[in-house]
Design a protein around this ligand. Structure first.
Ligand SMILES: Nc1ncnc2c1ncn2[C@@H]1O[C@H](COP(=O)(O)OP(=O)(O)OP(=O)(O)O)[C@@H](O)[C@H]1O
Ligand SMILES: [Mg+2]
Length: 492
C-alpha cells in the first residue's frame, strides 16, 4: 500500500519519499490508521520491518506545533536505541520542524537539563532510568503527554524494567494513547499490558515464522574451546560485509575482540562496562563501515538498525529464545538478505530446540570449513583487493617491479603478494577463557519466567543477570518463497 493512502500530511509524505520508502510495510499499513485515530495499539511484526516509522509517523502527524510542551514520550531499553529512534523521528519530522530530544544515562545530566529548559521538545525519547532521574528533579514535565510509546514493549514490561515504567506512567496524568511495539510479545507480557491500556487493538503481522523471512539460519555444533577457530574460518569463507558477534559475558566481548584483532580482523567490542562515549564511538564506526565486526553482549540485540549487516554469529547461544529472535534480526532488515550462525555446544542442544519451537523454523546444520576452505576464502578476498589496486596508477613501481622480475619468476612474485594480502593468521594462537556452559536443559520451552532479569546500572540493562549459574548476561540468496510481503528497499 502507498503511504499516500494512509491519510498522512504532505510534509510527512515528502520525508517518507526522501527516506526512500516506496510502500508502507504491513505493520505500518495496519497500525498507522489506528494510531492516527487515537486508538491504543499493540503492534507485533518481524525485526527490521519498520516499526519505528509505524509509531513515529502518527505522532508527528498529531503534534501541535504551537504548544511548547512535551506531547509524546517514547521509551527505549538502551541508550543506543534511544538515540537511533530520536534520529529517525528527526529525519521524518524535519519538514515540520518537530522538536525531538533524547535523554539517556551515561551522558551529562546538567547539559540535558539546560537543553530541555531552553528548548522544550514536543517529543521526548529516553531510557527509563534517566527519564526517572529527570522526573524526580522536576526537569521534565509529562503532564501534557498524549501519547506514550513503549518500543521493545515486552522488554520494557519484563521484570527488569516494569517498576520504572510504572513510575514513569504515574507522572503522565493525561495519557490518551499508549502504543506498544516489538517483534516478540509473549503471552504473560501481553496480559500485563492490558492492565494499563485502553481496549488496545492488537495488530500481529501473521507470518509463518517469528524470525525475519530473509535470514538463513544455521547452527554449528562445537565445543566451547573450538568456537573461536571455527568462527574465524567461517568469517574467511563467508566474508561478511558487516558482522555482529554475540557473546554471553563482557569478559568474552573483550577476549573475542582481542582475538579477532590479533588475527587481523577489523573488530571492536561493545558492552555495558564501557563508557557511553566509547560505546557510541564504536557504534558510529560500525555504522560507517569503518569496522567490519562488532562483538557485543545483548546490549546490541534489540532494535539497532545498521544497514549492511550480512551476518550474525551467536558465538554463545542465548538462553532466552526471544533474545535469539532479536539478535539475528540485526541482519535481514528492510528487504535485505542475511545469515545467522549459532554455535551450539553438545549440552546446549536443548536450548536450540527451545529456540526452534519459538521461531517455528529449524536451523540448518553447517559443517565447519576446513583450513583449506578458509584459505580459499581469504585468497578470494585478496584477489579482489589486487583487482582494486590494479585500477590505480602504478607507474612509479614499474622500475622496481622489473628489477624483481629479473630475479624471480612472475608466479613466485604474485604468490608472495597474495600471501602478504591474505591474513593467513590461523597460526596466531588465541585462547578464550572458558565460560560455564548453560545448564543442561531437556526439550521443551518454559524458560520464560523461570529466571529473573536484572539490571546492572540505571537506565541500562544490556547484560542481564540470570538467576541460574553465573550467566550474565559467501552470502546466500533466497528465492523469496514463503515471504508474504516485500519491503521495497532503499536505493543504495
Ligand atoms: N516502508 C518502508 N520501506 C522501506 N524501508 C523502510 C520502510 N519503513 C522503514 N524502513 C527502514 O527499514 C529499516 C528497519 O526499520 P526499523 O528499525 O523501524 O525496524 P523494526 O521493525 O523496528 O525492527 P526491530 O524489531 O529490530 O526493532 C530502517 O532502516 C527503516 O528506515
Ligand atoms: Mg524497532
Amino acid at each position: 500500500m502507498k503511504f499516500s493512502e494512509l491519510g498522512l500530511k504532505d510534509e510527512l509524505l515528502k520525508a517518507i519519499k526522501r527516506s526512500g520508502f516506496e510502500e508502507a510495510t504491513p505493520i505500518q499499513e495496519q497500525t498507522i490508521p489506528l494510531a492516527l485515530a487515537g486508538k491504543d495499539v499493540i503492534g507485533q511484526a518481524q525485526t527490521g520491518t519498520g516499526k519505528t516509522a509505524a509509531f513515529a509517523l502518527p505522532i508527528l502527524q498529531n503534534l501541535d506545533k504551537h504548544n511548547k510542551v512535551i506531547q509524546a514520550l517514547i521509551i527505549e531499553p538502551t541508550r543506543e536505541l534511544a538515540i537511533q529512534t530520536q534520529e529517525e523521528l528527526f529525519r521524518l519530522g524535519r519538514d515540520e520542524n518537530a522538536r525531538v530530544q533524547v535523554v539517556y544515562g551515561g551522558a551529562d545530566i546538567g547539559r540535558q537539563i539546560r537543553s530541555l529548559k531552553n528548548h522544550v521538545p514536543a517529543i521526548l525519547v529516553g531510557t527509563p532510568g534517566r527519564l526517572l532521574d529527570h522526573l524526580k528533579r522536576k526537569t521534565i514535565n509529562l503532564e501534557n503527554v498524549n501519547t506514550i510509546v513503549l518500543d521493545e514493549a515486552d522488554e520494557m514490561l519484563d521484570m527488569g524494567f516494569i517498576q520504572d515504567i510504572e513510575s514513569i506512567l504515574s507522572y503522565v496524568k493525561n495519557r490518551k494513547q499508549t502504543l506498544l511495539f516489538s517483534a516478540t510479545m509473549p503471552k504473560p507480557i501481553l496480559n500485563i499490558s492490558e492492565k494499563f491500556m485502553n481496549n488496545p487493538e492488537i495488530v500481529r503481522i501473521k507470518t509463518k515464522e517469528l524470525t525475519a523471512d530473509l535470514i538463513d539460519q544455521y547452527f554449528v555444533r562445537a565445543k566451547d574451546s573450538e568456537k573461536f577457530d571455527i568462527m574465524c574460518r567461517l568469517i574467511d569463507v563467508e566474508s561478511p560485509d558487516l558482522a555482529v558477534v554475540f557473546v554471553r559475558t563482557k569478559r568474552r566481548v573483550d577476549e573475542v575482540t582481542r582475538g579477532l584483532q590479533a588475527r587481523g580482523y577489523n573488530a571492536a567490542g561493545i558492552h555495558g562496562d564501557l563508557t557511553q562515549a566509547r560505546r557510541l564511538t564504536v557504534l558510529k564506526r560500525f555504522r560507517a563501515g569503518k569496522l567490519d565486526i562488532l562483538v557485543a553482549t545483548d546490549v546490541a540485540a534489540r532494535g539497532l538498525d545498521i544497514s549492511g549487516v550480512t551476518h550474525v554469529y551467536n558465538y554463545d547461544i542465548p538462553q532466552d529464545p526471544d533474545s535469539y529472535v532479536h539478535r539475528i534480526g540485526r541482519t535481514g532488515r528492510a528487504g535485505q538478505n542475511g545469515s545467522s550462525i549459532t554455535f551450539v555446544t553438545p549440552n546446549e542442544i536443548g536450548y536450540m530446540r527451545t529456540i526452534e519451537q519459538l521461531t517455528k523454523k529449524k536451523m540448518t546444520p553447517l559443517r565447519p570449513p576446513s583450513d583449506d576452505q578458509a584459505l580459499r576464502g581469504q585468497l578470494k578476498v585478496a584477489k579482489s583487493k589486487i583487482e582494486e589496486i590494479m585500477k590505480e596508477d602504478l607507474s612509479k613501481y614499474t622500475d622496481d617491479a622489473n628489477e624483481l622480475l629479473e630475479n624471480y619468476s612472475a608466479v613466485d612474485l604474485v604468490s608472495a603478494f597474495l600471501k602478504n594480502l591474505s591474513k593467513d593468521s590461523s597460526n596466531v594462537e588465541v585462547k578464550i577463557s572458558s565460560e560455564k556452559p548453560l545448564p543442561y536443559k531437556g526439550n521443551g520451552r518454559g524458560g520464560r519466567g523461570h529466571y529473573s532479569r536484572g539490571r546492572n546500572s540505571r537506565g541500562y540493562r544490556g547484560d542481564r543477570n540470570r538467576s541460574r549459574g553465573n550467566y550474565r548476561g559467501g552470502h546466500s540468496r533466497r528465492s523469496g518463497n514463503g515471504r508474504n510481503f516485500i519491503i521495497k528497499n532503499k536505493k543504495g
